[in-house]
Write a protein that binds this ligand. Sequence first.
Ligand code: 4FM
Length: 241
Amino acid sequence: MKFDVLSLFPEMFEPIKTSIIGRAEKKKAIEINLINIRDFSKDKHKKVDDTPYGGGAGMVLRPDVVYDAYNSILDKENAKVIFLSPQGTRLTHKKVVELSKAKHLILLCGHYEGIDQRVLDKIVDEEISIGDYVLTGGELPAMVLIDSVSRFVGGVLGNGSNEEESFADGLLEYPQYTRPDEFLGRQVPEILITGDHAKINKWRRKESLRNTFLKRPDLLNNVNLSKEDRDTLENLKNECQ
Ligand code: 4FM
């Protein structure tokens, strides 16, 4: 999977170039190309923005500079262009999995008061938001998208575990434990050291249901629950009263 990132601050992506995502790149599971929008300024001072028509505070990214940066991507014909903005539709687990099936994504990161609407209308296929708060630019949201989407691209995680994780079945994760078996006077739940995997799986399912019920009860409305799950939840509810 290839990501082309159009940004005024490509240095901000340095941290994801190391870490797990960086390893995935070395393995050629993903590729992240950074394109500095400023390289496409025709101005002698490398200016990329200007004051808004109609007046008002701040600066607006010029459409011609953004369009030239976009056109420098040669194999863009089958790519999906995503603009990261608070006005977009929310990035959810479902959307992350959907995007992970694409071969080529182009991520457009804005700054200042915005980007001239005419170039957005021309090149953007989808506007995506990572949450209802306003950041100073689209770089952090683009990194959130790359990180979350890459987990579902074959060969990125290496252990084939992503299907089992939170949200795959709509429930939150069960708690995890490792050595030492006693920490600050607290023992690891006994069932986990029995080696009885049928019992361990049952316990983990119950703890997933407990976490979801206590922390994110809203999620339970969109989960397929077995008869056993529903009984477990009834018991958890009674324990709370
Ligand atoms: C600032 C986007 C300027 C575009 C921003 C421009 C955001 C979010 C966000 C800031 N993006 N989810 N929340 N972006 O705040 O995605 Cl032009």
